[in-house]
Design a protein around this ligand. Structure first.
Ligand code: ADP
Ligand code: MG
Length: 324
């Protein structure tokens, strides 16, 4: 099977067709239309075998993660996703793999109402690069640099699940609760991008980031960009029942929640005057959210507290993920 028949068989037929795509897959470039008064948000993420996913990961889960991490970046800007491009490098035209991968791409593009508008297909070590684009009204972009001293720090969902799931897959974490284990591994393999939460937070949150490298590292990205410090209450970190059940030592669970990456929850700051509105709005969409701390004037400083007292993490070597 050559490159062209492969593209035609697996990617040319759009599972979701949008009116703002004038020319999709098939020509030399895609032609699209950005709505008036909207800004275009663009993000790219690469998943490399052995670095971002384990060698035995299914093509469905690779497709899920590749799309989810990109949509999560858009969500963190308050953008609603519209288009995807897919650059696929694979060692051979493995049709079973392509079938599983392309079916998941089709399922998720439909679920999130986004259209695959192009890409590239080359031979080489397995690597998936997706570029995602989306729209956000010009005056309501969420950035990392808008937090102020006194703003409340919130996070969606629960933290630490994906990190524990990865450690289970690597045999670094063991336990006897099989259903908790399944849940944690699923959170690692198939993260949920908080697309709706991102749009709800427009004009309400003062800063926003998605938790990809670990809470402590990502909250400090906001603090540094905004020129603030941070107080985090470790006892208030949202921990799932599964993580609590699987990791019996609560301090180890706090360690996962604070420093493990790949949760893809939204971390955002909210000025006091918007706090009630944000909580009501997120509640109305049943989006779980928890206030875990506050921005301070102590620029660049991170204070961890447990029951209001200074706290040092169990495993303070692990402050988040960095490639280099
Ligand atoms: P060119 O040689 O002009 O770059 P290609 O043969 O690489 O064209 O691609 C042909 C068409 O198929 C283009 O519209 C391109 O965007 C699309 N395409 C190629 N690979 C993929 C892929 N993996 N997923 C989606 N679209 C793809
Ligand atoms: Mg090409």
């Amino acid at each position: 099977m050559n490159e062209f028949s492969l593209i035609n068989k697996y990617f040319a037929e759009s599972s979701f067709v949008r009116k703002d795509v004038i020319i999709g897959i098939g020509d030399d470039a895609a032609i699209t239309q950005v709505p008036q008064n909207q800004s275009l948000a663009t993000t790219t993420d690469t998943l490399l075998k052995g670095v971002h996913f384990l060698a035995n990961t299914s093509p469905q889960d690779i497709a899920h993660k590749a799309i989810a991490v990109n949509l999560s970046d858009l969500a963190a800007m308050g953008a609603e996703p519209s288009w995807l491009s897919l650059s696929l490098t694979m060692p051979d035209a493995d049709e079973v793999w392509l079938q599983g991968f392309s079916e998941k791409v089709a399922e998720l593009t439909e679920y999130f109402s986004v259209q695959l508008i192009g890409g590239d297909t080359v031979k080489g070590p397995l690597s998936i690069t997706i570029t995602a684009q989306g729209f956000v009204p010009q005056d309501s972009v969420l950035t990392r640099d808008g937090a102020k001293n006194g703003d409340w720090i919130f996070v969606t969902g629960t933290l630490g699940d994906a990190g524990a799931g990865l450690d289970i897959l690597r045999n670094k974490l063991t336990g006897d609760d099989a259903s908790a284990s399944d849940y944690l591994v699923a959170r690692h393999r198939r993260p949920t991008p908080r697309v709706l939460a991102g749009t709800v937070l427009r004009r309400l949150a003062s800063a926003c980031i998605d938790v990809s490298d670990g809470l402590l590292q990502d909250v400090m990205h906001i603090a540094k960009a905004s020129g603030t410090g941070v107080i985090l209450h470790v006892d208030r970190l949202p921990i799932s029942d599964a993580l609590r059940s699987y990791v019996k030592d609560l301090h180890q669970a706090f360690g996962y929640a604070a420093s493990a990456g790949d949760d893809y929850e939204l971390l955002f700051t909210v000025p006091e005057e918007h706090r009630n509105t944000v909580q009501t709005a997120l509640d109305s969409y049943s989006i779980m959210h928890t206030c875990i701390g506050q921005m301070t004037g102590a620029i660049g400083k991170l204070d961890l507290k447990l029951n209001e007292k200074p706290y040092t993490l169990y495993d303070c070597e692990r402050v988040g993920y960095s490639h280099f």
